[in-house]
Design a protein around this ligand. Structure first.
Ligand code: GTP
Ligand code: MG
Length: 323
């Protein structure tokens, strides 16, 4: 396992692929190895920026990731892509789905693409996605893109995995505009209006203006960065620099006022609570939420006193009265 860790840190692709297979596995033996590996890798964090892409089916998430992915890989960044392929539910072969569409960037040696069937997924993200992002981060990737299936709860799960949460929408997406009212702006840092080309171009610009004016009602706090709205065409590779500029703006803003770190801290709290809740539910199928203990363990993880999995065990043991 230590050997695998070293190979990952050295950026070896075969080791990364093997490790992701391990964290996706539900075999008990693999789960134990996976916990060991992730706990070791967390001690060698990289500098990756994690970006989540959500949006309704067919809006162009995969096409955008291919186009924008090429754009940033051409700027010599290393890119990891973790995608859920909904089509593989029917074909059983995720490789033939998104991987074909993402064929251009997958050929680049600075790109690592993992497309997982949505079968066995937890609310729109694959089992092991959080861990796969930890693996790619330790391996030295600059950006990690996570494509999710855009349905309800999955957006919250996905938003809790990333530093930047992106909602991709299409021209004339009046229905999705409702999403703003449903509080999705709490999660989205940026709206990307795709398909700004050909006959759809004028409708796309109108949609972007609609989003901007709708969002202006919600961006009231002067201390917050306004939610970005960017017009793109993924098939014509338009607007890619604007997206990168917006991403940089979001990261710079959040890093300048501690939001970047505190968001990761809140996410750690979210995932730790998930882990504990799942374990406790498994054993007791009643009770949940022990906020004081969780916050305490989050602080101990941050200060290096303990690890993620040991922290969850401590909480469970306490809850069960073993300590
Ligand atoms: N005109 C136009 N069509 C696009 C653009 N981007 C994607 N499309 C088309 O939209 C369709 C869906 O694209 P995908 O990238 O598969 O969309 P997706 O959001 O990943 O879809 P799911 O993963 O199935 O939810 C395809 O036919 C694309 O060719 C664009 O910028 N302009
Ligand atoms: Mg897709």
């Amino acid at each position: 396992m230590i050997n695998l860790r070293d190979r990952i840190i050295a950026g070896e692709r075969a080791a990364i692929a093997k490790a992701i297979t391990l964290v996706e596995s539900s075999r008990e033996e693999d789960i134990n190895h996976s916990h060991e590996l992730i706990s070791a890798l967390i001690k060698s964090p990289g500098h990756a920026i994690r970006v989540g892409f959500s949006g309704p089916p067919g809006v162009g998430k995969s096409t955008f990731i291919e186009s924008f992915g090429s754009h940033i890989v051409n700027k010599n960044f290393k890119l990891g892509v973790l995608a859920i392929d909904p089509s593989s539910n029917f074909t059983g072969g995720s490789i033939l789905g998104d991987k074909t569409r993402m064929s251009e960037i997958s050929k680049n040696e600075n790109t690592f693409i993992r497309s997982t069937p949505s079968r066995g997924s937890l609310g729109g993200i694959a089992v092991g996605t959080r861990e796969a992002a930890i693996i790619l981060d330790a391996a030295g990737y600059d950006y990690i893109f996570i494509e999710t299936v855009g349905v309800g709860q999955s957006e919250i799960t996905a938003a809790n995995l990333v530093d930047i949460f992106t909602l991709i929408v299409g021209p004339g997406s009046g229905d999705e505009l409702q999403g703003i009212k449903k509080g999705i702006t709490e999660y989205a840092d940026i709206f990307i209006v795709n398909k700004n080309d050909g006959d759809l171009a004028s409708q796309a610009s109108r949609t972007a203006s609609d989003y901007k004016s709708a969002l202006s009602f919600y961006n009231k706090d002067n201390n917050e960065l306004e939610t970005q709205v960017v017009l793109v065409s993924s098939i014509e590779n338009k607007g890619m620099d604007e997206v990168l500029n917006s991403f940089n703006k979001i990261v710079e803003f959040n890093k300048s006022n501690n939001r970047f770190e505190s968001r990761r801290e809140n996410q750690l709290a979210y995932w730790l609570e998930e882990e504990v809740r799942n374990k406790i539910l498994l054993q007791l199928s009643k009770e949940n939420g022990i906020p004081g203990l969780i916050e305490n363990e989050v602080q101990r993880i941050i200060s290096g006193e303990t690890g993620f999995y040991s922290a969850s065990k401590t909480i469970i043991d306490t809850f069960l009265g073993k300590k």
